[in-house]
Design a protein around this ligand. Structure first.
Ligand code: NAP
Length: 254
């Protein structure tokens, strides 16, 4: 018996077997959760369908979080499978590559700022707003953030601001939804080589720096992120909301 037996969780942001969301789906499936998945556009549809299949799910629905209509359609479709469910994982972020490269003040633009905040931060509360009446009274919402929200990290640039917004968003959501039994938390992951991460200039250096300096002398894995997300979606974490939990081999404390 797993600690997520009977729980229904929607997973966003699976792009590949390296995605943090893949590690999360794996851990949640192992603990007995029923899963549904989203994909952003048709390019990824077949790949996400195959991944969903690995986790015993045939609920694979489109959603581009930059569009309200797409978000509303997602929950309309999902309600045909699940009238109620127990939370979702928000593993989505975006900034164009020119924003994640070089001097912050030089590279930032109004458009880059707006897109990064819209897709990375607003989308979290937009999803919650659209499915609030479908969430059970033991729901958990989990998002993924990074240390660049509280420290100025080379090349992370506007994404650091968007992650700071996401973390504040998470706290306000926790306050707003807490009385309904809905908990909201963020996992601050250490660097992991994924498609999104490859858009950050010198990401390899970031990985080796973190490995050298972290107390555990290594980087984290998507399985470790997955285990914490599964814990956060379970009753084992029933007293935790509004928190940023660091899963970074201790890098943030040194
Ligand atoms: P990933 O595998 O590339 O996943 C990012 C996902 O975001 C992709 O599935 C991407 O879909 C999706 N996405 C982007 N724009 C979207 C939109 N408008 N609508 C719907 N989906 C959209 O990378 P990842 O590293 O696992 O990222 C997951 C989360 O973890 C992100 O929030 C990221 O910032 C966070 N994080 C990552 C690291 C790291 O080092 N990797 C560290 C800390 C936090 P497409 O592929 O179709 O664009």
């Amino acid at each position: 018996m797993g600690f997520l037996d009977g729980r229904r969780v929607l997973i966003t942001g699976v792009a590949s077997y390296r995605s943090l969301a893949y590690g999360i789906a794996k851990a949640m499936y192992r603990e007995g959760a029923q899963l549904a998945f989203t994909y952003q556009n048709n390019k990824l549809k077949d790949r996400v369908r195959k991944i969903a299949n690995d986790f015993g799910s045939d609920i694979v629905l489109p959603c581009d979080v930059s569009e309200d209509e797409s978000i509303n359609d997602l929950f309309l479709h999902l309600s045909k499978f699940w009238l109620k469910f127990d939370g979702f994982v928000h593993a989505i972020a975006y900034a164009s590559n020119d924003q994640l490269n070089g001097d912050y003040v030089e590279s930032i633009t109004r458009e880059g700022f707006s897109v990064a905040h819209n897709v990375t931060s607003y989308s979290f509360v937009a999803l919650a707003k659209a499915c609030r009446n479908m969430l059970s009274t033991c729901s958990s919402l989990v998002t993924l953030t990074y240390l660049g929200s509280v420290r100025a990290i080379p090349n992370y640039n506007v994404m650091g601001l968007a992650k700071a917004s996401l973390e504040a968003n998470m706290r306000y959501m926790a306050r707003s939804l807490g009385a309904e039994g809905i908990r909201v938390n963020a996992i601050s992951s250490g660097p992991v080589r994924t498609l999104a991460a490859s858009g950050i200039m010198n990401f390899k250096q970031m990985l080796s720096y973190c490995k050298d300096k972290s107390p555990m002398c290594r980087n984290v894995t998507i399985d470790e992120i997955g285990n914490v997300a599964a814990f956060l979606c379970s009753d084992l974490s029933s007293g935790i909301t509004g928190e940023v939990i660091y899963v970074d081999a201790g890098f943030s404390v040194v």
